[in-house]
Design a protein around this ligand. Structure first.
Ligand code: GTP
Ligand code: MG
Length: 357
């Protein structure tokens, strides 16, 4: 068991820790923003979706639920329907019907049907409530996303340093132009998995246990163990997880994180947080070249496999599939730059870290 009264964090990097927190603080979403987003979710659920399809439910997921939201994060919603006789078929009919309905409500609407699951992208222009406007992604039946959201939420409750690292990396990746799956770099979700691998497997002693491996896999009654054919079990009893023996400050962990990925063997390795040790080879996964695989709805999913991060549950899915050759070059370059700037431990030097590229 760990110490009952943990020592305060060491602060060899106290200046850098302060810098990280000073970048993060203005990005914490306010209670008011969270409240307004919940109101909007409820409007979409009750007034729009349930009127069109009474058997459907609208569930939030992504950063708003997993604890990693920043001010102006998008609102990720998932529409589920358990009814055996729904009015509209959830994946093939409902998306179009709803897209038309959202348009009538004044949203800017884009319906994506060539994606793994149908997605409606809604954009709301600036309003009094959301002065910067608001983006929403509504997915249909993406149940696995609800489970990985819960896994991330559980990790974020174990150690508060995780959330600070995620907020900082999200900000850094955004201003450095390497946080866009549409432009050949990595999604926020992908960066979160890189940080989890670091805190579980690289930091020594480790900051987080591997929740997919600790404890006997003894399910709690009624616990779901499988979703769409994938094992979704993980350890949820937080009261039985002792505090980490790793007392490094956020700044020091950030510096170690950057230097680990500056030297990471992206060419051969796959980050896999479910696996003991956290790494697999591309060869063992068959992820050595670009692959088209057939997704759950018979659509083709192209994985480029330059940068490989295995989804913790959907283990055939490479979360880094969108990263192209140039994207990987940029991401590596940014990790090397960040590692160099943070090692200086000099505020005049590391302040350049989050300069807009
Ligand atoms: P921000 O929106 O940047 O605040 O972070 P986010 O965690 O909400 O990320 P994003 O909106 O990109 O993704 C929403 C959720 O989709 C993630 O949290 C995951 O639960 C789920 N997801 C599952 N697979 C993927 C994937 O391959 N890429 C992305 N982007 N999301 C995935
Ligand atoms: Mg999101």
């Amino acid at each position: 068991a760990g110490p009952t009264n943990p020592q305060p964090y060491q602060d060899a990097y106290s200046g850098f820790t302060e810098y990280v927190l000073s970048i993060n603080r203005p990005q914490y979403p306010s209670a008011n923003e969270m409240y307004l987003k919940e109101q909007l979710r409820s409007l979409i659920d009750v007034e729009i979706v349930q009127r069109i399809q009474p058997s459907a439910r609208v569930i939030p997921f992504g950063s708003l639920v997993n604890g990693f939201a920043t001010a102006n994060s998008d609102l990720d919603l998932c529409i589920l329907d358990d009814s055996p006789n729904p009015r509209y078929k959830i994946k093939t009919e409902l998306p179009e019907v709803l897209a038309a309905e959202f348009e009538r409500y004044g949203f800017e609407v884009k319906l994506l049907t060539k994606t793994r699951i149908p997605i409606i992208k809604l954009v709301q222009g600036p309003t009094a409530q959301f002065p910067l406007g608001l983006a929403m992604d509504i997915g249909f039946e993406n149940r696995l996303a609800l489970h990985n959201t819960r896994l991330l939420a559980t990790y974020s409750r174990i150690d508060s340093r995780l959330r600070e690292m995620v907020l900082f990396v999200k900000h850094w990746a955004k201003v450095r132009g390497i946080n866009s799956s549409y432009h050949g770099t990595l999604s926020s979700y992908g960066y979160v998995l890189t940080i989890l691998h670091f805190l579980i497997n690289v930091a020594s002693p480790s900051c987080l246990p591997n929740l997919q491996h600790i404890g006997a896999q003894v399910p709690v009654p009624f616990e779901e163990l499988e979703c769409e054919g994938y094992n979704i079990w993980f350890f949820k009893d937080l009261t039985n997880i002792p505090p980490s023996l790793n007392r490094r400050s956020i700044g020091e962990l950030m510096a170690e994180y950057f230097s680990y990925y500056a030297q990471f063997d992206f060419r051969n390795m796959v980050i896999s947080i479910r696996t003991p040790g956290g790494l697999l080879t591309k060869t063992s996964k068959g992820w050595t070249q670009a692959l088209d695989r057939v997704g759950p709805e018979d659509q083709k999913v192209r994985s480029r496999n330059f940068l490989c991060i295995e989804d913790p549950f959907e283990i055939t899915h490479n979360v880094g599939r969108t990263v192209g050759k140039n994207g990987l070059y940029d991401i590596r370059g940014e990790y090397m730059r960040a590692s160099k700037l943070t090692r200086a431990r000099d505020p005049r030097v590391f302040r350049a870290l989050c300069e807009q590229r």
